[in-house]
Design a protein around this ligand. Structure first.
Ligand SMILES: Cc1ncc(COP(=O)(O)O)c(C=O)c1O
Length: 353
């Protein structure tokens, strides 16, 4: 967070939209985007007028560098959009060299990789621009960040943003607090889940529209909403070193508890990498997720689908990841006894893992 040129938004997709608006990608120029993506980033840049071309991502989460070099030429690429998946880095030395050689703008999407600094160099410090999603890693109700490392555009440094409404902040903050209490109190789970629903229903009954976070889709009506003052204040109170340390320890502890008996997407954890979650590889994601939810574990079916243009035929390996990557929580509030329980439950699933 020491980058000199930072602009905060309600969500990261707003930052992507504003960045691409200011880049003014011309007719006939394209942006190279990984075929493995959430969809939100793609729709934000298209809404800002950019034409996208997809590139392959292998099962190890890395691009095919030869294919990228070919596409850079054949697609008249103005920019390369790189996603650092789940905290693990993309091959930045090679990608920066390619961008320099082809005169392409390099944009790092660190929505899933806040606080990752493999080899001591923070992700988001290689490219001309970087975007971050704050609420995925930190206990803040909302927040996206745009960092400008190269030439600085004034329109991006101080865009005219409207304040985020109170209902959105109150709703999400209450949810965060209830989740935090629930993760610490055995037996209170059902009561707190009921309370969370009640808060949601009350805000809806009062007809208080809330802007979501963590949803899929792009809403042009909310691109100019800023991060809430509460979120900005909370950022100053976070212990970033400690968050990275706990996430790393949780990853390594869960990995050790699973004892090599299940398939894991990334097994190595280079110094400085801050994992977003524990990526299991399972044969049937939906069934495994259901079974874990039944056992009280909030497994997430990560990125089941993306933009329809990145088809299964053209990008089989990205679709392999969509079919098989299951997210297990290892965030800073998860305790060793919860991880032991999680590992026992995963190992008990038998054919589902
Ligand atoms: C890789 C990636 N980039 C950008 C975004 C946009 O993040 P936000 O939800 O903060 O708009 C997301 C998530 O939606 C994402 O997964």
């Amino acid at each position: 967070m020491k980058a000199p040129n930072k602009t905060y938004f309600y969500r990261a997709r707003n930052a992507i939209y504003h960045l691409f608006r200011s880049l003014r990608v011309q007719h006939g120029e394209t942006v190279l985007v990984p075929a493995y993506h959430s969809g939100n980033e793609v729709w934000a840049m298209r809404a800002a007028g950019a034409s996208t071309r997809f590139y392959s991502i292998h099962r190890n989460l890395e691009p095919d560098l030869d294919e990228l070099a070919r596409l850079a030429k054949s697609e008249n690429a103005r920019a390369l959009f790189v996603i650092h998946f789940l905290g693990w880095p993309q091959p930045m030395k090679e990608l920066t060299a390619l961008c320099r050689e082809r005169g392409m703008i390099l944009i790092e999407d660190c929505a899933l990789s806040l606080l990752s600094q493999p080899g001591g160099q923070p992700l988001g410090s290689w490219g001309d621009y970087a975007i971050f999603c704050l609420y995925k890693t930190l206990p803040v109700p909302n927040g996206g960040l745009l960092v400008q490392n190269g030439s600085v555009a004034g329109s991006l440094t101080a865009p005219e943003l409207t304040p985020c409404d109170l209902a959105s902040v109150a709703g999400r903050t209450t949810e965060l607090m209830l989740e935090w209490i629930r993760s610490r109190s055995d037996g209170a789970g059902a009561m707190l889940t009921g309370l969370k629903r009640l808060v949601g229903r009350t805000l809806s009954a009062l007809r208080l529209e809330r802007l979501p976070v963590g949803d899929i889709g792009f809403d042009p009506a909310s691109v100019n909403v800023g991060m809430s003052p509460l979120g900005l204040a909370l950022l100053k109170r976070c212990d970033y070193e400690e968050i990275r340390r706990r996430r790393r320890n949780n990853f390594l502890f869960l990995y050790q508890q699973l004892g090599g008996k299940v398939a894991v997407l990334r097994e190595e954890l280079e110094e400085g990498v801050c994992p977003l979650f524990f990526p299991l590889l399972v044969p049937d994601k939906a069934a495994a997720a259901r079974a874990l939810w039944d056992r009280g574990i909030t497994a997430v079916e990560f990125w089941n689908s993306g933009d329809p243009e990145a088809t299964r035929d053209a990008f089989p390996e990205a679709h392999f990841l969509r079919d098989h990557v299951l997210e297990l929580p290892i965030h800073q509030d998860i305790t060793p006894s919860q991880l032991e329980y999680m590992a026992d439950q995963v190992l008990s699933l038998k054919r589902l893992v």
